[in-house]
Write a protein that binds this ligand. Structure first.
Ligand code: IVH
Length: 685
């Protein structure tokens, strides 16, 4: 065939294949058989092989995969991927509605209800209408670049169907494995006497991480789009975004509903709690979102999740089995968790042998006795839990279970702080699991990132008395490590074995400990493991206080004044720095050369000090600047952005659709309300 004819045939085939793909995935009304579809695809692939000049990145042939990715590159999300707060009852949902009402200062808003698809969240980046990159959620800040695998998913458009779209935009959704696909894979595996897949979500997650995209292509995953994000060409409502996504060629599950009031939302939930069993996809709840984008922005986010959306989780599956005994686990923070050991039972795709009992209150509430028949519940990723006892089956002589009085690992008497439900082992600095857990946290990828040290080596170093505090790591010498003997317990063998640290490993450890001294301040702070100071909180604290001494000196009120930092966190920080040992540790870390202040190169590039000492709250939608741009300008000029209005605030920057409650509060407190233009004037002096 000559090149010109080939080009025409290729174009025709691409259109035809896209058309049938669309019928199959978007409309569920196929006109041709799978076999006929495969023939068209085969012809296209052959022609593109002969005439590679006509092969384009949006060709449906790109979906058959074949690319092998060794290690997935880690990519920082342009917009953070938040998670959702969960609720489990209509009362919780009514409370959420009241919070929304209060936050917006009006009852004039709509909800958009969707199913919560139980799969893997994925972010798709489109540039000029073409799929550029697909990134998994990861920790919400960065994830894995799995573009080659995502391209094999037929409901992920390689090219946008419409002509009207922003230059750059992001589509988020959930990749799921249809139940029918999951079942047929497992049937085949059973036949081949291979291990079966646990559940569709695990199967999806495992598939997306496969190195060979040709295998991914065969797994028939489906992408359910649920959010559209763009800086330019934004939409005014979530429903408009969903409508556009559908026109662009994305698959939108027809299970959504726009609701005017919380009662309608509750009806939606009770309808789908039953009806979900008819879907070919696993769902574990509903997601309820505020429809107006301006109102979403007004409500904003907490450190972890949006205030404008919530997940309602369906009731979990329950079964009953026998309680054999209770054992206790000591965590990194010293919290002691009782664990029920159960007679193995099959539930929601996995075998359950153990269940968390949470704390002593929970044990008292259940009044557990050895040998009781208990009800076990498992939902989504939650560890199975015991919800009740079948009293009719209790034996008369069954022995009551009392909570442990001493730490199972170090023998220290356990404590229970007033008002708290959890028992703690107070031997923080020497109790083995606490020491071990603390070190594991300190060397974690998100903290000091000391890659060459793993849990086993840490244990060996603790057992050999080489490390007691984090600072000890920095004075380890090669000679001490080379040939060091470790005792390890092998779960499989059920016995201790011995091993020696090799020269190369010892060198690597010394090298990576040395390199870790360049870790930015926020990650060092996170690594200290102060209770309630997670990664995001650490970043907020370092951006505000800029060095460790200022944090150590800060009062409760000063810490609480940091945006998004609440009383519980402030209290824990005060407690941490009130302990002599911690102050000594910080000094030793400083002496070891760790970064305990912000490096000027890490902080926001300063353009001026014009706004020095002034704080701002941003509310509503603006004509020329996005909220992030406004925030950036405030910080670059020395100002601070706060999330709520208090008497300490200097300015409220008001945009369109700002809620009346905010305006009223600012007016009552006499805080100047300015508009975008006033602000621009302030910084253009
Ligand atoms: S919206 C900022 N909608 O649930 C809110 N999420 O815990 C972003 N999910 O990571 C999420 N179905 O993986 C949204 N219809 C839906 C969803 C959904 C499933 C997952 C998603 C997310 C998690 C939140």
């Amino acid at each position: 065939m000559e090149a010109k004819l080939a080009a025409e045939r290729i174009e025709k085939l691409k259109k035809e294949i896209d058309y049938h793909n669309d019928l199959y995935y978007q409309k569920s009304t196929p006109e041709i058989s799978d076999y006929q579809f495969d023939l068209l695809l085969k012809e296209l692939i052959e022609l593109e092989k002969q005439f590679p000049q006509w092969l384009s990145p949006d060709s449906p042939s790109q979906r058959v995969g074949g690319t092998i990715t060794k290690d997935f590159e880690s990519v920082t999300h342009k917009r953070r991927m938040f998670s959702l707060d969960n609720t489990y009852s209509s009362e919780d949902l009514i409370d959420f509605n009241l919070r929304v009402q209060k936050g917006l200062g009006t009852t004039d808003y709509q909800y958009f209800c969707e199913q919560k698809f139980d799969g893997v969240a994925l972010s798709l980046i489109y540039k000029n209408g073409l799929l550029e990159m697909a990134v998994t959620r990861g920790d919400g800040t960065s994830g894995d670049n799995i573009t080659a695998n995502a391209k094999t998913i037929r409901s992920v458009p390689l090219k946008i169907k419409t002509a009207d779209f922003p230059d750059e935009f992001e589509v988020r959704g959930e990749v799921v494995m249809p139940i029918s696909v999951f079942e047929s894979i497992n049937k085949a595996r059973e036949k081949a006497q291979e291990a079966t897949l646990a559940n569709p979500r695990n199967a999806t997650s495992g598939t997306l991480k496969m190195q060979d995209s040709a295998v991914v292509a065969k797994r028939k995953l489906v992408f359910h789009a649920y959010s559209f994000l763009a800086d330019n060409g934004r939409v005014e409502s979530h429903s408009k975004g969903i409508e556009n996504l559908e026109k662009m060629g994305f698959y939108i599950s027809p299970t959504y509903k726009k609701c005017d009031a919380v009662e309608e939302v509750l009806d939606y939930i009770s309808l789908w709690e039953k009806k979900r069993k008819t879907l070919d996809v696993e769902t574990d709840g509903c997601v309820i979102k505020i429809n107006s984008v301006a109102q979403q922005e007004e409500l904003g986010f907490t450190a972890k999740s949006p205030r404008w959306a919530i997940a309602y989780k369906y009731k979990a599956e329950t079964l009953s089995t026998q309680l054999l005994n209770v054992s206790y686990q000591v965590g990194r923070t010293g919290a002691v968790t009782p664990v029920a050991n159960l007679k193995p039972v099959h539930l929601a795709g996995t075998t359950v042998k153990r269940a968390s009992l949470h704390n002593a209150n929970e044990m008292e509430r259940l009044e557990l006795r050895v040998g009781d028949t208990v009800f076990v519940e498992k939902g989504g990723e939650i560890i199975p839990k015991i919800t009740g006892v079948d009293l009719s089956k209790r034996k008369t002589d069954a022995k009551a279970i009392e909570f442990l009085s001493h730490c199972p690992d170090c023998g220290t008497a356990l404590l229970r702080k007033e008002g708290e439900v959890v028992h703690y082992c107070p031997n923080e600095k020497a109790c083995p699991p606490q020491l071990q857990g603390g070190f594991e946290h300190f060397i974690h990828r998100n903290a000091l990132n000391i890659e060459s040290l793993g849990p086993e080596t840490i244990k060996g170093l603790i057992d050999n008395d080489k490390i007691r505090t984090y600072a000890d790591l920095f004075s380890l010498a090669f000679e001490e490590l080379n040939g060091l003997a470790f005792k390890m317990y092998s779960d499989k063998k059920g016995e201790f074995t011995s091993r020696r640290l090799q020269e190369k490993s010892a060198q690597n450890i010394i090298e990576s400990i040395k390199n870790s001294k360049a870790t930015p301040f926020a990650r060092v702070l996170f690594g200290l493991g102060i209770r309630h100071v997670g990664k995001t909180v650490a970043e907020k604290l370092t951006a505000y206080f800029s060095d460790i001494d200022s944090i150590a000196k800060a009062t409760f009120e000063e810490i609480e004044a940091v945006p998004d930092i609440g009383g519980k966190i402030a209290e824990s920080i005060i407690q941490y720095f009130s302990e002599e040992e911690n102050i000594t540790l910080i000094e030793s870390l400083k002496n070891a050369g760790l970064k305990l202040k912000i490096d000027p190169s890490e902080s926001t590039q300063m353009t001026s000090q014009l706004l020095d000492g002034n704080s701002f709250v941003i509310s509503g939608v603006f004509q020329n600047l996005s909220r992030d741009e406004l925030k950036g300008l405030i910080e670059a000029n020395g100002g601070k952005v706060l999330s709520s209005i208090s008497s300490k605030l200097n300015y409220l920057i008001a945009g369109e659709n700002m809620g009346p409650a905010k305006r009223e509060k600012a007016e009552t407190l006499g805080i100047p309300i300015i508009i975008e233009d006033d602000f621009i004037k302030m910084i253009s002096k």
